[in-house]
Design a protein around this ligand. Sequence first.
Ligand SMILES: [Zn+2]
Length: 244
Amino acid sequence: MKLDLLVIAVHPDDAELGCAGTILSLVAQGKKVGIVDLTRGELGTRGTPEIRLQEADAAARILGLSARENMGFRDGFFRNDEEHQKALMVAIRRYKPDIVITNAIYDRHPDHGRASELVVDACFYSGLRQIKTVDNLGADATGLEQESWRPKLVYHLIQDRYIKPDFIVDITDFYEKKQESLLAYKSQFYDPKSNEPMSYIASQEFMEFLRARAEEFGHVIGVKYGEGFTVDRTIGVKNLFDLK
Ligand SMILES: [Zn+2]
């Protein structure tokens, strides 16, 4: 199945935190969107890998995703090397996305910057036909040799640490539903009834911070809520009036 947009991020919930509003907006326009989680987030303070997979499935339904895969890389210890690049190329070549969104170029969590480099490299090498791959990913594996495919553009999330965005997407109409997708991760975020240990992202302050960040990004483009992105190369637009 060909997708328009594939979000490839290291921890289940990175995609929702960084760009659920953008995903919801594109799905509402009829675009096909998928998420590839690189790890099961097994080093997270709260929850278990099994619970987080169920939560990711629940969030996928809220977002209206066409596909969601988990690469099963090791949280914290995956590397940007040939083995991981080739594994990821299988997903990129299967879904043939025009656009890829991945982790922040650097962040508080060192996995984010490393995942960002891995995804950028895998997107490039995926376009080289001399690198052979076979579709062996998950239950839908065909076992067939794959064609090369290079996404046209790779955008980066802005996650915990502030990075000046290169562009901002208006997500005003989708902020409440974004929040709903985050709350699907019951083990991870603020829940006054939880008996799990407190973590950085499980506090009420963290949810308030997320809203404040979305308001700040929305404010600078004259809307209520926004999601910011960075891009490695200069982007262009056909119609000046598409910009706001
Ligand atoms: Zn993360």
